[in-house]
Write a protein that binds this ligand. Structure first.
Ligand SMILES: [Zn+2]
Length: 707
């Protein structure tokens, strides 16, 4: 949504300094909402805010401030508002509001505002520069809100981008232009809202006052730091409150704004949030705000903003949300909404948040869980086509699977390699300093590099440069390993590593299995071919390259088993639909569109196999005939099982083939919903819509046995 608003601003021809930050975090939980069943499947396996005045007090003064009051009627679906904008800047400004709203009054320094231009769904006014400060812009507006449609899925909700309202919920996303704002500017705000009795509402920030009578509900919120936008939520909420003490002793008010249906979850959500705030305060520094709220949504959405997260009722009920996504969202109050990424130079906040939340929780679980997550990242990356290898400096937000694989996962792995290089203590100290210096500022990857250099006393230019600006990943090969006799003892191995041009500078973990166990060494690979001499404590038996997968690299074919995601995200994938016409063909078409989220590249079933990833869909007999023609077979493990099967196989030329085979049209149609959620698997067996068996084919590391 941030991107959308930004593009509208760009359309108006104004030079954009910043983008909308508040809506930045939508993407995080969106990732879960796009693949909920997969997450569910994995999970199955495995006080009042009236006190105190020191809150989120800005270290950066905001030259812009909005004083807004709105009245919302969810039954009538109407909004009426008044805003006074105070601007302590002499620059030219662009005032924007959604075109669906009628502007009743608009004055700039007590003069009638000029004429507006239409930019997409927005109306925009140019406000020329002015010497005399402060400047005052006053607007009154009103309009109708769209009806809340709870039948939409998350993708549709995101695409809709309009202010919606109904008795069960109101959501006014910043990007809908529901209030007048200055394009591309950060601003602080004070917002009062009025709602009918029985309704509660909130925006990000601090609840300063609230009252309820038979006349209705009123609440006033303040956000004193400069921020990028305002999203407003309301509904028939029951509010639970708990006040905790931050590390520095100040109170932090935690609240749930929950619909009655999920009211019983409030206690455990509040417990979890407290745990996360404690964790990150001790790891990074004091929580920068005075509250955090979890808000339920009648639509299956997942949004994160400063001081709150807005989650669909169904999402809140998923058992793993508290254990993972919630912590990710809480951490974004430091990275993303506490320090703002400099989008023009690449968004680092998702990678760092993934590393310190999702990945950190796996590390706390155990080594195997953490390794499995790294393996998943590398496998997903191996599923991309080279055209999808964007450099990290060009990542802004998650718009599709490929951008998440780079912007979240590759970036998280870069932080892991950096911590391996500097040591945990130095790494954490750098982040604490970065936090102290950059709180409520816009910071770039370069600022992060400077913080890590200052803490470690090392020049990290080469490290950051190669990982941020080069697209793709290094491909490292273990080409030779021989035992060398030295002084009569067989305790030396000579190991040859190769990588493609231009060479990366890499610290490559090498494991040597000896008679007494395993020894891990790290070697510095800087050339395209290098020979290393490794001394061991006991007789060496086998050399294994990076067995724990701590290096971000292209997995070699035997290291990366083919997974279904390959034919879902790789844009060069070709598809063969074996049913030629009729309802079975239609069902196959629906399935492939759902899998790939784009128009598939279809080729006839009679064609030879192209040198690209391929997806073949058909009924059992058709699939068997097709396999026979290509001298392929069903994998033994899944043969004859279930009503439908999907599996991958690697063809002799190294490309991935995925096959979907169903007993009949009903079994094929039943896959439409669940199958897209199993991208991480090599095979899945379904009984109807239920996955009864799944897994990945075994992998083999790069290893050389010593004779
Ligand atoms: Zn995130």
């Amino acid at each position: 949504m941030g991107g959308m608003r930004n593009s509208r601003i760009t359309d108006s021809g104004r030079n954009v300094r910043t983008v909308s930050y508040a809506s930045l975090l939508i993407v995080c939980i969106a990732a879960i909402l796009f693949f909920p069943a997969a997450f569910a499947a994995e999970a199955a396996e495995s006080g009042s805010g009236q006190e105190a005045s020191h809150v989120g007090s800005p270290v950066v003064d905001s030259p812009l401030r909005y004083d807004i009051s709105v009245h919302i009627d969810p039954v009538e679906r109407t909004l009426r508002g008044r805003s006074v904008i105070t601007a302590n800047t002499r620059e030219e400004l662009t005032l924007v509001i959604g075109r669906r709203f009628e502007v009743l009054k608009a004055r700039v320094d007590d003069e009638q505002i000029g004429s507006s231009a239409t930019v997409g769904a927005m109306r925009a006014w140019r406000i020329p520069g002015e010497e005399k400060l402060p400047r005052r812009i006053e607007i009154e507006w009103r309009g109708e809100l769209s009806p809340l449609d709870t039948s939409l899925d998350h993708r549709q909700t995101l695409g809709q981008n309009e202010p919606v309202s109904g008795e069960s919920g109101t959501f006014l996303p910043d990007s809908s232009g529901w209030y007048p704002y200055l394009a591309g500017e950060l601003a602080s705000y004070d917002l009062s809202m009025e709602l009918p009795a029985g309704q509660r509402g909130l925006v990000a920030g601090r609840l300063m006052e609230e009252s309820e009578s038979s006349q209705g509900y009123r609440a006033r919120f303040e956000f004193p730091a400069p921020t990028g936008g305002i999203d407003l939520m309301a509904g028939p909420y029951i509010v639970e409150t708990r006040t905790i003490r931050s590390a520095g002793g100040k109170p932090i008010v935690l609240r749930t704004y929950f619909h009655r249906e999920v009211g019983d979850l409030a206690g455990e959500y509040l417990d979890s949030v407290k745990g996360y705030i404690d964790l990150y305060e001790s790891w990074i520094g004091a929580y920068p705000f005075t509250e955090f709220s979890i808000v339920s949504s009648p639509t299956p959405t997942g949004f994160g903003m400063p001081t709150l997260t807005y989650l669909g009722l169904e999402v809140l009920r998923l058992p793993f949300i508290r254990a993972t996504s919630l912590g990710h969202e809480v951490l974004h109050n430091w990275w993303g909404n506490g320090v703002y990424p400099d989008y023009a130079k690449g968004n680092w906040s998702e990678g760092l948040t993934t590393f310190m939340a999702d990945y950190a929780y796996k590390e706390r679980e155990n080594d195997a869980a953490a390794r499995e997550m790294r393996q998943g990242w590398l496998r997903d990356f191996a599923a991309l086509s080279p055209s999808q290898y964007a450099p990290l400096t060009s990542f802004t937000s998650r718009t599709h699977g490929a951008s998440q694989i780079v912007g979240y996962n590759k970036a998280a792995m870069v932080f892991l390699m950096l911590r391996d290089l500097l040591g945990r203590e130095t790494f954490d100290r750098a982040l604490q300093a970065f936090w102290r210096e950059q709180r409520f500022r816009v910071a770039s990857w370069e600022d992060l590099q400077r913080a890590f250099e200052a803490a470690s006393g090392r020049n990290l230019h080469a490290f950051f440069d190669q990982w941020l600006t080069r697209p793709g990943a290094p491909a490292v090969r273990l080409t030779e390993a021989v035992r060398v006799k030295a002084e009569g003892e067989n305790r030396h191995v000579s190991v040859t590593l190769e990588q493609t041009e231009p060479a990366y500078r890499l610290r490559v973990p090498i494991a040597v299995r000896t008679q007494q166990g395993e020894e891990i060494r790290t070697v510095d690979l800087e050339n395209t071919r290098q020979v290393f001499s490794i001394e061991t404590d006991a007789l060496p038996l086998e050399v294994i390259l990076d067995p724990d997968l701590r290096l971000f690299r292209h997995l070699m074919p035997q290291e990366a088993t083919p997974i279904l995601r390959q034919v879902m995200v790789n844009k060069t994938t070709v598809t063969v639909l074996l049913p030629e016409s009729g309802p079975v063909r239609d069902a196959a078409e629906v399935l492939v569109t759902k899998l790939q989220h784009r128009a598939p590249k279809l080729i006839p079933g009679t064609d030879n196999m192209p040198a690209a990833p391929a997806l073949v869909i058909g009924l059992q007999d058709q699939v068997d005939a097709w396999l026979a023609r290509h001298e392929l077979r069903r994998p033994e493990d899944i043969k004859g099982k279930g009503s439908a099967q999907a599996w991958t196989t690697r063809l002799p030329d190294g490309t991935t083939l995925a096959v979907v085979s169903a007993r009949d049209i009903e079994s094929l149609a039943a896959l439409t919903r669940p199958l897209p959620h199993y991208g991480r698997q090599s095979y899945v067996v379904f009984e109807g819509a239920k996955a009864v068996s799944k897994g990945t084919w075994p992998t083999r590391p790069q290893a050389v046995k010593l004779d």
